[in-house]
Design a protein around this ligand. Structure first.
Ligand SMILES: Cc1cc2nc3c(=O)[nH]c(=O)nc-3n(C[C@H](O)[C@H](O)[C@H](O)COP(=O)(O)O)c2cc1C
Length: 185
């Protein structure tokens, strides 16, 4: 079992994984939905925030998946997937796809269409990247999945954001943060 050290001033104390997770969660991100379809036609989808852009030539993006998550087998096979950056209005959808369920798509049937790569695609999003799995890198308890972007779309819709366990629009999250005191221009 790994042990983590929290450094405050000159002292370091051993802490649990929860505190490391809290420190990592202090980095604000957008929220995305990834979808794929298994060879027997089952749709899978999950909420993620590990998305990053990697390369323009070739066009590559990445995200990482926890290896013991229910849908890992579907995403860890080399096959197409779609990744959408969620809008501020899609908080319920993000929460729903962050919980295991037999068919997550049923409740949001109207929100999806089928993309040319055969995977579910959100009708509305800030941006959507239709990808082919380019490579996978198993590291620790996660696998980094790189996708080659085959097609993409973008809009000017405001994004859904995630910070310190809170999901919301920029304006909603700004209200929960303490205003910085003095300095900083
Ligand atoms: C904001 C947010 C970001 C998340 N990011 C990731 C991620 O990058 N990778 C991951 O494996 N799980 C992530 N999760 C957790 C998954 O959404 C969750 O484990 C989900 O149940 C996985 O789907 P499954 O149970 O159908 O496999 C995130 C959850 C939330 C709320």
């Amino acid at each position: 079992m790994y042990s983590w050290a929290l450094i405050t001033g000159d002292a370091a104390e051993t802490v649990d994984a929860r505190q490391l997770r809290q420190a990592l969660g202090a980095f604000p991100t957008g929220v995305c939905l990834v979808t794929t379809t298994t060879p027997d036609g089952k749709r899978e989808g999950m909420t993620i925030n590990s998305f990053a852009s990697v390369s323009l030539d070739p066009p590559l993006i990445l995200w990482s998946i926890r290896d013991d998550t229910r849908s890992a087998d579907a995403f860890l096979a080399a096959r197409p997937f779609n990744l959408s950056v969620l809008t501020a209005g899609q908080r319920d959808l993000a929460g729903h796809f962050a919980r295991p369920a037999a068919d997550k798509f049923e409740r949001f049937a109207e929100a999806f269409e089928v993309a040319p790569n055969g995977c579910a695609r959100l009708v509305e999003s800030v941006a959507t990247f239709e990808c082919s799995t380019y490579s996978r890198h198993q590291e620790g308890d996660h696998t980094i999945i790189l996708g080659r972007v085959d097609r993409f779309s973008r809009t000017d819709a405001p994004p859904l954001l995630f910070h310190s366990g809170q999901m919301g629009s920029l304006w909603e999250l700004a209200e929960t943060l303490a205003r910085p005191q003095g300095g900083g221009g």
